[in-house]
Structures are given as C-alpha cells and as structure tokens.
Design a protein around this ligand. Structure first.
Ligand SMILES: [Fe+2]
Length: 334
C-alpha cells in the first residue's frame, strides 16, 4: 500500500467562541488537555483489560500474565516503545471498536466538536508490562502535529482500563504547550536534534521530537510537565500540539489503554476518505489522525530482522459491522 498524505493545511479547522461550557471543555480549552472521570464503569474497564491480556495470549508465544518470566519480547507480539500495538490488525479487533463505540466515548467527541458526524482514527492500544529487563527505554517528548499544520486540527484521547498512579507507566503531558505551538515553531527547529537516532517509526508517525532544551523552553514559558494519573474508566484528551510521551512503568501495575481519536467527517477530503476505506477493508491501522495524514500502518512487525512469523492481516475477533461503525470508520456517509 502506498503512503499518501493529504494536503497540509495551515489554519484552525474550527473556531470556538469564547464561552464557559461549565464542564471539562473549560479546562480543555484553557490548557489543551484534561481528564474526564468515569467515562465507562470500572467493571467495563476490567472487561477490556482482560480482553487485552487474552489478545496477547492468542499469539501462542508463551506469554502468561501470572508468570513474570514470560514478560519479555520473545513471548509477546512486536510492539513500539515497550507496549504500543499498531500491527497485527490490532486497531480493528472487536475490543478496539467496542471501546470506540462506547456511547460516553463518542459523546466526548460530539461535545468537543459540536457535531454528531464524526470519524475515528484506527489507532492502536497500549499494554505495558512493568519490571521488564529486556527493553531499554528513554523519554521521547514529542507532539503528533506537524509544525506546518497550524491551529487545533486534532484532539487525541485514550481510554484507561487499569489503575494508573504516579509510579505506573502512563501519559506525561506538557500542560499548556499546545497554545505555544506556533511561537515555538516560529524559530527554526530541528526535529532530530537528539543524541540517539530517531526510531524508524518516527517518520511514519509524522511527529516532532523535542529535545531537553525544548522541554526547558516550554517550562520557562510556564508549562508544567505532568504525569496523568487515572482510575479505570477515565479518559484523557489532549490537543495534538501538546508535548507528550509515555512514562515507563516502575510499579507492579500493567498499563492497559486504548488510544481513541475522533474528528468531524467534514474535515476529511475525498482522498482521505478513500484511504480510510482502503485501510478499513484491509484491517490496517492508521496514526492518531482520523481525517487527514492517513498513512496506513502497513509496515510489518519485525522480529530479529525478519517479519514476525505471527504477523496477521485480520483481527482474531472481528467487530460486528453496523451502520454506526461504518460511519465512524468513514466508510459510510452520514
Ligand atoms: Fe504521541
């Protein structure tokens, strides 16, 4: 599948009137991020966490959630940064679509964008096992919006399934950084100004990697780097211009997350919709972007220099295809 992107736009896709909403939107518009509590019940969150564990075991690589000696790469499907799963048709597993279609999840994006006509990204999930000694990890502060795209063009989110405290792996956000995006990029910036070479996924993801000086720049402007602590069933939203990364887990808790992002269908052009349809029909994932930047995640998962023998091109458990699902996939018009 060829890699195609839609045109880079350089303005806000929607303007919000200065107003008080009296809900989470006030905090979101002020800081570019917010946590929304109890979007699904703890029982429902537990169901999804269990489904994720079952998914890991379906690969038959010897992973056992009760035996920490199996919490290594050889017993797990191939992931990015120690737990992000985008390959193996994971974005189209029934559990991923069920999470996207939770009424309270859709309602968040309906309120945010003030429309019911939404399309969803085909984003991955994160299952991060703590106490892993077989992977090295370093912070990778980045934003998922290309500097040529100005204004608020996408808002990312994740639905959290397991207890997530200060010591657990989870989302780090530079609170307030979205508003400084244009000011930051008004100066020439080198996205690969790092000691380590960027991982190959960086190019695919079309993101900007910040260095330690950049982190300081935002902090000196009054932003605060925070670890987002969450209870099972909570949802966090962040403007894609926000600097963020995932903290490596140091406690005992497995991190269970589904990344979810929706934007208005009207933001997408015909080319983007055609690419989405192709991705959907081939059970291929995308980046966080629902309406543009549709770069099909068709890269094969690589294990020891070869395509993982467990690679697959369809979900283990396919979603139930309904009109509503096809609308969210961008395949069916509203
Ligand atoms: Fe990101």
């Amino acid at each position: 599948m060829s890699v195609t992107t839609t045109e880079t736009k350089s303005k806000d896709l929607m303007t919000f009137k200065a107003q008080s909403f009296g809900d989470w939107r006030d905090e979101f518009h002020k800081y570019g991020c917010c946590v929304i509590k109890n979007v699904i019940s703890p029982e429902r969150a537990q169901y999804y966490a269990q489904k994720q564990i079952e998914w890991l075991k379906k690969f038959d690589l010897g992973f056992d959630e009760k035996d920490e000696s199996t919490w290594t790469a050889e017993h797990l499907p191939v992931s990015f940064k120690g737990g992000m799963y985008h390959a193996y048709s994971a974005p189209h597993e029934k559990m991923a679509w069920e999470a996207r279609m939770e009424p309270a999840v859709i309602e968040i994006f309906e309120k945010l964008w003030e429309t019911n006509e939404l399309i969803s990204s085909f984003d991955g999930m994160n299952i991060s096992l703590p106490k892993r000694k077989d992977i090295s990890w370093s912070p990778w502060p980045h934003c998922d919006q290309n500097q040529n795209r100005k204004g608020m063009q996408a808002v990312q989110g994740l639905l959290n399934y397991a207890p997530n405290g200060s010591n657990d792996g989870g989302l780090m956000l530079m609170k307030g950084s979205a508003k400084l995006f244009d000011e930051f990029f008004a100066q020439k910036r080198d996205s690969y100004d790092h000691e380590d070479a960027p991982p190959p996924e960086i190019e695919f993801m079309d993101l900007f990697l910040f260095n330690s000086k950049d982190v300081k720049w935002f902090e000196e402007k009054g932003c605060e780097l925070i670890k987002v602590n969450m209870d099972p069933g909570d949802f966090v939203l962040w403007d894609s211009r926000t600097m963020h990364y995932a903290r490596f887990p140091e406690g005992d808790q497995i991190r269970h997350v589904q990344y979810i992002c929706m934007t208005p269908r009207k933001f997408a052009d015909e080319e983007a919709l055609a690419l989405k349809k192709e991705c959907f029909e081939k059970w291929v994932g995308t980046t966080h972007w629902p309406h543009c930047n549709i770069r099909p995640a068709a890269e094969k998962p690589m294990r020891n220099g070869e395509v993982c023998p467990k690679d697959r091109t369809e979900p283990f458990e396919k979603p139930e295809i309904t009109d509503r699902l096809l609308q969210l996939a961008g395949v069916k018009a509203y």
